[in-house]
Design a protein around this ligand. Structure first.
Ligand code: ADP
Length: 186
């Protein structure tokens, strides 16, 4: 099972990706987590992306694609990918390179902006990009500007499963699994 999770900051991508990866017995790959790891370990790539993460802007495609491709290469035939693709150009590039087969299904964790704001204000993960209100607003704006088109892209290709992410985490996981079971095979 190859799954991609798309959703605004605060939608619970990381939490759901963990649960789904465990359910399907596949690795969880988070583009944001991979980038934060590069920053934390002070690699050249980490030094290049750190400013983007701090400002809540998207990191350049080539750098993100480098780290995601490396992780996918080590993942084998199944994975849960969270945070990528995040722009239409990332989606197109990924599909071109993988023959249209980056994902069997794309889960859209749908969440109103006001709920996302509230959750991010409460989040205790200690991430620097969660501490600043202006950075949170920029991430939400970037989501709508850049990632809404990714949702449309996969809807047009019949791959999209939309789930109400305002429910408690267990209910969201159950809704995703039910929706995925309903669309199989294909
Ligand atoms: P959130 O969805 O809460 O913003 P993520 O961990 O998915 O959290 O992303 C954190 C940051 O990492 C983003 O604001 C962005 O700077 C960078 N990032 C993650 N994935 C991508 C991507 N696919 N393309 C560009 N930048 C990315």
């Amino acid at each position: 099972m190859r799954l991609v999770l798309v959703g605004p900051p605060g939608a619970g991508k990381g939490t759901q990706a963990e649960a789904l990866a465990e359910h399907f017995g596949v690795p969880h790959i988070s583009s944001g987590e991979l980038l934060r790891r590069h920053v934390a370990s002070g690699t050249a790539l980490g030094r290049e992306v750190t400013g983007y993460l701090d400002r809540g802007e998207l990191a350049p495609d080539d750098l993100v694609i480098t780290v995601v491709d490396e992780a996918l290469a080590g993942a084998g035939s199944g994975y849960v990918l969270d945070g990528f693709p995040r722009t239409r150009s990332q989606a197109e590039k990924a599909d071109t390179r993988r023959g249209g087969e980056l994902a069997d299904a794309v889960v859209f964790l749908d969440l109103p902006d006001d709920v996302a704001r509230h959750r991010l204000a409460q989040r205790l993960a200690g991430r620097s990009d969660d501490r600043d209100r202006a950075v949170i607003e920029r991430r939400l704006r970037t989501f709508h500007d850049e990632t809404d088109p990714v949702v449309d892209y996969y809807r047009d290709r019949g791959k999209l499963v939309t789930v109400d992410a305002a429910q408690p985490p267990g209910a969201v996981t159950a809704a995703i699994l039910a929706a995925l079971a309903g669309r199989r095979p294909g």
